[in-house]
Design a binder for this molecule. Structure first.
Ligand code: KG4
Ligand code: ZN
Length: 340
């Protein structure tokens, strides 16, 4: 079989990333520039800042990925680029760059769905057996998939409002803590042994869907009720009250972990043929939630696959990997490729 080298480009949000994937040797390089520092003071991603930074970084990041893989542009056989979903301005930078490269180098291009990238990100390091369930939980998305083969998957459920990571980020902001919220919440929760102090409602969306915006409202009104938050001034009244921050963080984390385990259990009842579970996306960096999912999987003799932290969060390795199997399947795009 002919060897294939795929360049993956990811610019859907606030990361500029490039990776080189070899059809037989696997991942050769994966580099990334994170804009977290640029958006920190705003408590979230600012679209225009994001796209401008993408434009600045895309060239050096691709060069760095090529150098790290000991490749040159002429070694590249296929160009895979994230074309949806994401911030339009950010996506356009990657897609325009990839189309120009494909045109000049006369190489095929493949537009990749960022969510398919996450859903298969565990394959960068592992080979989970099919069929399996995949929970993707990040700042922009939360979904549950049934994965039957490379590129063959169905969405069993998704969030009907906020993503799980968004809940961490918004509640972190509410508490006067930093961005991104997930790691800070996890750290605070660990300081009080992941206890459930406030028992926030587990009510999520129907079936296998998720809903996290109600959780944010529940936390907010609970803080108001306890006299810790002023709704009019939109201000946390006890900045620096570590004990309260720890208790909210811990209760929130336990609640979100409960919701994931409950949805998994529900999905397993419907699809008892599954052989494994994968947990991916930025929220999968969370060791407490991972531990809770492992606990659940162990009961049913299912193996859990979680990518390393750098492949849980946005990266181009997952885009290059999906590009590689799509090329294998002959699923190429044309130079008409647009963002969605
Ligand atoms: O996958 P990702 O880098 O970007 C998106 O595609 O959104 O995920 C970022 C999200 C943020 O919302 C962040 O708060 C969350 O992942 N996150 C975590 C942890 N580390 C990052 N959430 C919970 N616990 C963590 N340790
Ligand atoms: Zn993502």
């Amino acid at each position: 079989m002919k060897q294939r080298i795929t360049l993956g480009i990811e610019t859907s949000c606030d990361e500029t990333a490039a990776a080189i994937y070899h059809s037989q040797k696997g991942l050769l390089s994966s580099v990334l520039f994170s804009q977290i520092a640029l958006h920190k003071e705003f408590g979230g991603v600012v679209p225009e800042i994001a796209s401008r930074a993408q434009l600045e970084k895309i060239n050096p990041i691709i060069e760095e990925a090529l150098t790290a893989a000991s490749c040159t542009l002429k070694d590249i056989d296929v160009i895979a680029v994230t074309c949806k979903p994401g911030l339009p301005g950010s996506l356009l930078v990657g897609v325009c760059f990839a189309k120009s490269m494909a045109y000049v180098l006369q190489k095929p291009i493949i537009g990749i769905d960022h969510l398919e990238g996450h859903a298969f990100s565990s394959f960068i390091e592992y080979t989970p057996p099919f069929p399996h369930l995949c929970i993707t939980a990040s700042g922009g998305h939360t979904a549950l998939y049934l994965i039957e083969d490379y590129g063959r998957y169905s969405t069993l459920g998704h969030t009907v409002d906020d993503a799980a990571g968004e809940a961490f980020d918004k509640i972190s902001k509410l508490l006067g803590l930093g961005y991104p919220g997930g790691p800070i919440i996890e750290q605070l929760a660990g300081q009080v042994n992941f206890q459930d102090f406030f028992e926030y409602p587990r009510a999520s969306a129907a079936g296998l869907n998720f809903s996290f915006s109600g959780l944010k409202t529940a936390v907010l009104y609970d803080l108001v009720k306890r006299g810790y938050y002023d709704l009019e001034k939109k201000q946390f009244l006890k900045p620096g009250d570590l004990q309260l921050q720890q208790q909210v963080a811990s209760s929130l984390l336990v609640c979100i972990a409960d919701i994931f385990v409950e949805k998994l259990a529900k999905a397993y009842k419907q699809y008892p043929e599954i052989k494994a579970v994968t947990f991916v996306g930025g929220v999968a960096c969370n060791r407490y939630i991972r531990g809770r999912i492992v606990e659940w999987c162990t009961q049913y003799n299912l193996q859990l696959f979680v990518p390393s932290a750098r492949f849980c969060t946005d990266n181009a390795a997952m885009i290059a990997l999906v590009g590689n199997y799509k090329a294998e399947q002959g699923k190429f795009s044309t130079l008409e490729l647009d963002i969605l």
